[in-house]
Design a protein around this ligand. Structure first.
Ligand code: SAH
Length: 235
């Protein structure tokens, strides 16, 4: 196994079926990754299984209590005898990028905490030495989708996870901050629009050049702020 991911959530059922689908499912069957879900309610200690409480200082909504989350993290550490990298999903965290996913894909063990309601008691971040991570500048109702996004972006970068047909090299952000080139499949003409002729020319060198040009054009047009930001290849 290359990577273990533990996810702590109030809604494991919302996550489970997606993890079993397609590439994430296959990666687990191949034994390259192990992904475990933990229901935060298992780690409560009162008879009502309370996970949230009113915010100190007043205000609307509820905040996830620190004890159950802390206990879940301790349990996972003890059980796995490992020191996972703890990620706390939060709209206030650093935004997930392809570089970050690459960094995470090199770890052995990740532990992702899904928040809910008004979020998580701030002390959890310090006590669990967590890194707050966001999937974008908008607010969702819970950390379940962010946990899936982080998991999928990370797992597909582990060697052996993707087959040839889903190869990484044409993806956006593969080696530098460049979007992927436009892609076409059959039919050659659809509703009067023809596939760029070069793609059917059979000249692989010209096709590569064309793809590179198109990727640059597309990046300049759609994401001008990315253009020209060439990254050092990490190895
Ligand atoms: N009051 C909080 C928002 C809470 S949203 C604030 O203003 O920051 C509830 C939970 O959803 C969060 O604890 C987090 O786990 C998750 N969440 C919402 N939006 C997210 C985003 N963009 N990225 C990552 N997690 C997010």
């Amino acid at each position: 196994m290359r990577l273990r991911i533990d996810i702590v959530t109030l809604f494991p059922e919302a996550i489970r079926s997606y993890l079993a689908t397609s590439i994430l499912g296959v990666a687990q069957k191949k034994g390259l990754v192990k992904i475990k879900l933990h229901n935060l309610r298992w780690f409560t200690s009162d008879r009502y299984r309370t996970v949230d409480d009113y915010p100190f200082g007043g205000g609307p909504g509820m905040v996830l209590k620190p004890e159950p989350i802390f206990r879940a993290v301790q349990f996972i550490k003890d059980f796995t005898e490992s020191e996972p990298k703890v990620l706390i999903t939060s709209p206030g965290g650093k935004i997930l990028t392809q570089d970050k996913a690459r960094e995470l894909s090199q770890k052995k063990h990740l532990l992702i905490i899904c928040g809910r309601y008004q979020g998580i008691d701030e002390r959890v971040v310090e006590l669990c030495q967590g890194e707050e991570i966001s999937i974008g500048n908008y607010v969702l109702s819970g950390g379940e989708l962010p946990a899936l996004v982080i998991t999928e972006a990370t797992v597909r970068l582990i060697p052996g996870v993707l087959g040839d047909e889903e190869s990484l090299c044409y993806d956006s952000f593969a080696e530098e901050d460049l979007l992927g080139p436009p892609q076409y499949t059959r039919p050659r003409i659809f509703r009067g629009i023809q596939v760029p002729e070069i793609l059917t020319s059979g000249n692989h060198r010209l096709i590569e050049e064309w793809r590179r040009e198109q990727a640059e054009e597309k990046t300049k047009k759609l994401r001008p702020e990315l253009f020209g930001v060439v990254k050092k290849k990490e190895e």
